[in-house]
Design a protein around this ligand. Structure first.
Ligand code: NAI
Ligand code: MG
Length: 359
């Protein structure tokens, strides 16, 4: 049988996105080389993002989605630059891909790495690891609403931003969370809600959770209000395994999780179309970090961990484990960027991870 060949679209986009995608590609090149022909990655890179916008008035070409459709996966950096309003750049590229490719599940592991000091004292003597499962297609980011300036005149403008919850949308992300929980040591799903204050969408969310949970009697469950869950992330993280939440809640909680693990720069994520009708997209959780972009000092671990999630998705499970082990070996050796208390630059961390692939 011929070795599988996967077509990967790289979209570094803006700021540190470019630096971390280059780092991730370097690691994957090394993994491919050491696989000695067992698989191949065929890359194509697209220069879309805020610079493209300055030239063309759009974040990506009109037929960009058609172009991407033919790929096995998308490896994404980060989008956003001070020259373009954030809602324009995010909706024009990242959300456009996520929504049109029905990438309805966003998986965000919270990884505590050896040698990285966490602000969470518990991390010193407690084994912590949990994963945030984010509903990625509707909820608070459904893009439904409007603004009405004309009716009330300047100074009196009104805006409505609605959240959309469908039973189908809630159920599929919850089933994915339960299925994921079954693969983990701690078989538990925590549902994040706000049904005390939001009596329509969040009550549908809760009722769907109870119904789905009944099909998984072997998995422990709990339902926690989002404000209490943010406290729980800090006070009782050892009680978490899989955390399923709406688009906005999970967006916020996953940043909190990665900050607790030591830095936003560590957090990996996968935007999955689980039916595989469209390519899935893998990207670090962080944004384009304009404050440190272009200096070669950003942490590449979130992007490299996302590359490992991409390998997993492509069925290259051993290779994914190899990359994750190399990341751990590297932080354990103390080769770390500034954001996690080290002195190494992006290239040094990337090279150390590559050197540790064989470890
Ligand atoms: P950000 O994630 O870019 O930065 C927040 C803080 O974390 C900054 O202090 C930054 O220096 C630090 N940081 C981020 N990534 C890092 C890394 N790899 N290594 C070390 N430190 C890192 O979020 P911010 O500042 O709110 O947004 C900047 C731009 O990024 C905006 O235009 C925003 O819309 C966009 N953004 C894009 C996302 C995406 O494409 N998925 C996600 C979040 C924000
Ligand atoms: Mg976010």
């Amino acid at each position: 049988m011929d070795a599988p060949r996967f077509r990967i679209a790289a979209i570094p986009a803006d700021g540190v996105g470019r630096e971390v995608v280059a780092a991730g590609r370097a690691v994957l090149d090394a993994v491919e080389l050491s696989a000695a022909g067992r698989f191949a990655l065929a890359w194509e890179e697209f220069p879309w993002g805020s610079d493209y916008y300055a030239e063309h008035g759009a974040m990506m070409p009109e037929d960009g989605l058609t172009t991407l459709q033919g790929f096995d996966a998308i490896y994404f950096g980060a989008v956003g630059w001070p020259t373009v309003p954030d809602h324009v750049s995010l909706w024009g590229l990242r959300l456009r891909v996520c929504q049109n490719f029905d990438q309805w599940a966003n998986i965000r592991p919270v990884n505590f790495l050896p040698g990285v000091t966490s602000p969470l004292r518990k991390a010193d003597d407690t084994d912590l690891d949990w994963v945030v499962v984010r509903e990625n297609s509707e909820g608070e980011y459904a893009g439904i609403g409007g603004r009405n300036l004309a009716a009330r005149g300047r100074g009196g403008e009104v805006a409505v931003q609605s959240a959309l919850f469908t039973e189908v949308g809630c159920e599929r992300i919850m089933r994915l969370a339960f299925d994921l929980a079954r693969t983990r040591a701690r078989k538990k799903v925590s549902s994040v809600t706000k049904s005390n204050a939001q009596q329509y969408g969040m009550v549908l969310w809760d009722e769907t959770f109870q119904r789905v949970a009944a099909d998984y009697p072997d998995v422990e469950t709990e339902s926690v209000l989002v404000d209490a869950m943010s406290a729980k992330f800090v006070l009782h993280p050892e009680d978490l395994s899989v955390v399923v939440a709406s688009n906005l809640h999970a967006d916020i909680l996953s940043d909190l999780g990665s900050a607790l693990a030591g830095s936003l720069g560590l957090a990996a994520s996968a935007n999955l179309n689980p039916e595989r009708r469209f390519p899935s997209m893998f990207e670090p959780v962080h944004g384009s970090a304009p404050d440190i972009a272009g200096r070669g000092v950003c942490n590449p671990i979130g992007a490299i961990g996302s590359a490992a999630m991409m390998l997993d998705h492509l069925g290259l499970h051993d290779e994914a484990k190899t990359v994750n082990r190399a990341i751990e070996a590297t932080t354990a050796q103390g080769v770390k960027t500034r954001d996690v208390g080290g002195t190494a630059d992006t290239a040094e961390v990337t090279e150390a991870i590559i050197a540790n692939l064989g470890a």
